[in-house]
Design a protein around this ligand. Structure first.
Ligand code: NOJ
Length: 757
């Protein structure tokens, strides 16, 4: 009989993050002490298990998709209903709606032999009715409260509509802008992603997802999915143990520490072993080393895909490999359900492991309160974004925007401007919600268009609109009209970017510049010689071509969600001073990929005066825009950073001692504004070469003109040490010199030296 103690306790107690802390990865999350008490649901789970047949147990390990628009042809409601009635189903995904879920739940609760309730899961990734900016944008806010606000609003809306469990947060660190799923994660840095992962879990789960305004969360995709070779989705990942542990695993550990209820396996291989059959990662690290007692769900047909990977002979073999590796619930494919009895009889799987998996599923259902009340109050279902939800989404979107360029103070625009041209394929478009949207929400609550919001923000201005070009395609026939509009206006807003369908799952691009003829539109507007602003709406870093030189101002707005237009207008007209920073490097060309700030050094680091160093002959060594970069309508000055101690014994750090880096930051301009103060660390010489910089702390501060504040970063052993290649998990803090860099982007040049003795 498995123990459910830790997970169920965490969910029952909830967790709190240290408020307003600038701490980095060190323990800012506190759990109430376990104290050796019995898990709240252990006896219930044990007693239910003892009454279950093998078929019923295997049924609990099966998840089927509900047939709604997202999954045309992927199953029928009849098949799901029959499985629910016969007690051969544990969970249904891609389902929502208070009436729909209640009706299906009734079949399981009232007609199946044991009446075990179903668990309803849905991809609520950056919104349910109210869509927040995409997670990559949320990361640009460098403010975990942005992610938390999305999770709280989403949980409330989704749970009231019968959803128990969201397949979020996605926490795949990646160095691949071609990968479409970069939109769903938080970019290239494990420290930033960890902080956001914890905030999202806390936002979804609250102090316990038994409450009917919370959801059980799912940390995905476990693990290293972001390492897909060439950025092609689902592709191979070959990764050393140390990179696995230093780059890809930390956000998952942070999610676990925040009490995440479930984990989803990833589609990729990890050094030759598919994640769905990877006993080292799923059982060795996740369940044993980290003590995760929640449930591991496969990804969509991920178990079945072990055959295509060339890892399993057939469906039975795939089921055996996945269950034994640590997958507890099979999504969509039915290999375990079909072959479980046969596998058990032949001794290829054990009853003990089946019981363990079933107990994890049942434990979650108890923790959600489904055995007490499996239904949802249909009269209380939230049917639209509330005013408060919209307000939160608007604030989140504006807070996520990054000002990339602002020559001659073109921005902010004046509300009393005489005339404005608004041009481009995304100006009068609602295709701004982002990659993961519940289809019904896109139809019912389309994004606020930028053109409409600009008109409202400058009611006295003469506003003209011209589409110019389509989002895709070579037609340039509309450019003349856009140019005429720009010539006749005081200032032009050019809205260009990617359709949302170009990022997200299965949406890799080999060319990540503006699609179609959009660059031609920008260049034509530039040729008018009149002032203009480019607003980018996109789901990944773009390669910004030659037009960057010619555009006086560029605002990165990402895919901003339901309140898109309003949030863009807030920033354009200065109601919000942009303070976001890039959570990912923007390459100059596709050929420069991978390019990321946290790369390792080489024996021949770049040297402009030495040909035989690491570089391209035809490109500068830097990205177009570095990680952590972003401007403001005001200016900031950082004081000289200070270190509380220049020498510290490694032993003291290992015992929990910290050193403190402090720096003052002053708003030297004349607008209230936000700056993100960032701390990076470099271990100068280590037994495994370390990244040239690693983000270890960040803090977004808001300062009125002329005001200053002091930001403090504690640094402990967790921030300075690293994971070695030991598969059993060895974290090492080595003695020697550490360089610390403090500033406002990953190119920060204020340097301190710390010696660990
Ligand atoms: C496949 C995706 O990889 C995963 O992120 C998602 O949660 C599942 N489909 C369910 O829709």
């Amino acid at each position: 009989m498995p123990e459910l103690r830790r997970r169920t306790l965490l969910s029952a107690i909830g967790v709190t993050a240290a408020a307003g802390s600038v701490a980095t990865s060190q323990a800012t999350v506190a759990h109430a002490a376990d104290g050796g008490r019995e898990a709240p649901y252990e006896s219930e789970v044990r007693s239910l298990l003892s009454r279950m047949t093998l078929e019923e147990k295997l049924g609990q390990l099966q998840q089927l998709p509900w047939a709604y628009d997202l999954n045309p042809g992927s199953g029928s409601t009849k098949e799901v209903e029959d499985a629910a009635r016969s007690g051969r189903l544990g969970s249904v995904l891609s389902i929502f709606g208070a009436r729909t879920t209640n009706a299906l739940q009734k079949l399981a609760v009232e007609e199946s032999r044991l009446g075990i309730p179903l668990l309803f899961g849905l991809d609520v990734i950056h919104g349910f009715w109210t869509n927040f900016p995409i997670p990559l944008a949320q990361a640009a806010a460098f403010d975990p409260d942005v992610a938390r606000s999305d999770a709280e609003v989403s949980a409330k809306e989704a749970r009231s509509n019968g959803v128990h469990w969201t397949f979020a947060p996605m926490m795949d660190v990646t160095h691949e802008p071609r990968w479409g799923r970069i939109a769903e994660g938080n970019g290239e840095d494990p420290c930033l992603t960890s902080r956001l992962a914890a905030a999202k879990v806390e936002g979804y789960q609250g102090s316990g997802y038994r409450t009917k305004d919370r959801l059980a969360a799912c940390a995905k995709h476990f693990v290293a999915y972001g390492g897909a070779e060439g950025g092609r989705d689902y592709n191979t990942v070959d990764v050393s143990e140390s990179r696995l542990r230093n780059l890809y695993l930390p956000p998952f550990k942070a999610a676990l520490d925040a009490g995440v209820a479930t984990v989803m396996a990833s589609f990729n291989t990890i050094s030759g072993v598919p994640a769905h059959g990877n006993a080292h990662t799923l059982t060795g690290i996740l369940k044993k080393e980290w003590g995760f007692e929640g449930m591991v769900v496969s990804d969509w047909t991920g178990v079945q895909e072990l055959i295509a990977h060339g890892f399993a002979e057939d469906g039975a073999d795939a089921a055996r490999l996945a269950l034994n590796a640590g997958v507890d619930m099979e999504m969509t494919s039915t290999n375990l359900l079909t072959n479980g009895r046969k596998l058990l009889r032949s001794g290829k799987i054990t009853e003990k492991r089946i019981d363990d998996a079933v107990a994890r599923v049942l434990g979650l259902k108890y923790a959600l309160g489904l055995f007490d009340d499996p239904y949802v109050d249909e009269s209380a279902a939230i049917t639209e974004p509330s005013a408060n939800a919209r307000k939160a989404a608007r604030a989140a979107a504006a807070r996520s925007m990054v000002l990339l360029k602002n020559d001659a103070g073109v921005l902010p625009l004046s509300r009393s401007v005489g005339s404005l041209a608004v041009v481009g394929p995304f100006a009068d478009s609602a295709d701004l919600l982002g990659t993961w949207v519940v289809p019904a929400s896109a139809e019912k609550f389309p994004a606020v268009k930028i053109l409409d919001a600009v008109k409202r923000a400058a009611p006295d201005a003469k506003v003209t609109y011209a589409r110019g070009v389509d989002p895709e395609g070579a037609d340039t026939g509309g450019i003349d009209e856009a140019v005429a509009a720009a010539k006749a206006a005081d200032v032009t807003v050019v809205v260009v970017g990617e359709p949302t369908a170009m990022s997200g799952e299965a949406s890799a691009r080999s060319d990540i510049s503006l699609p179609g003829a959009q660059e031609k539109l920008v260049t034509a507007i530039a040729a008018t010689g009149k002032p203009f602003v480019v607003v980018l709406v996109n789901g990944r870093p773009l390669t910004i071509g030659d037009w960057l030189e010619r555009a006086p101002a560029v605002l990165e707005a990402w895919h901003p969600g339901t309140e898109a237009g309003n949030a863009v207008a807030d920033v354009l007209f200065g109601a919000v001073n942009p303070g976001g920073k890039l959570p990912v490097s923007f390459p100059r060309t596709v050929g420069q990929i991978p390019i990321h700030y946290n790369h390792e050094s080489t024996g021949r680091p770049y040297d402009a005066n030495n040909k035989y160093t690491s570089k391209y002959l035809d490109l500068p060594p830097t990205p177009q825009f570095p990680f952590g970069f972003g401007l403001s309508y005001t200016t900031f000055d950082l004081g000289t950073p200070k270190l509380s101690r220049a020498n510290v014994p490694a032993g003291a750090l290992r015992k929990g001692d910290t050193v403190e880096v402090s720096v003052s930051v002053r708003n030297t301009g004349d607008h209230t504004g936000d700056e993100v103060v960032q701390l990076y660390v470099r271990d100068v010489a280590a037994s495994i070469t370390q990244p040239v910089r690693r983000l270890r702390g960040f803090k977004r501060v808001t300062l009125d003109a002329g005001r200053s504040a002091t930001v403090r970063f504690p640094l402990g052993a967790e921030d300075l040490g690293f994971w070695t290649n030991d598969p059993n998990g060895e974290f090492r803090l080595e003695e020697g010199t550490f360089k610390l860099y403090v500033g406002t982007s990953s190119t920060a040049d204020a340097e301190l030296t710390l010696t660990v003795t």
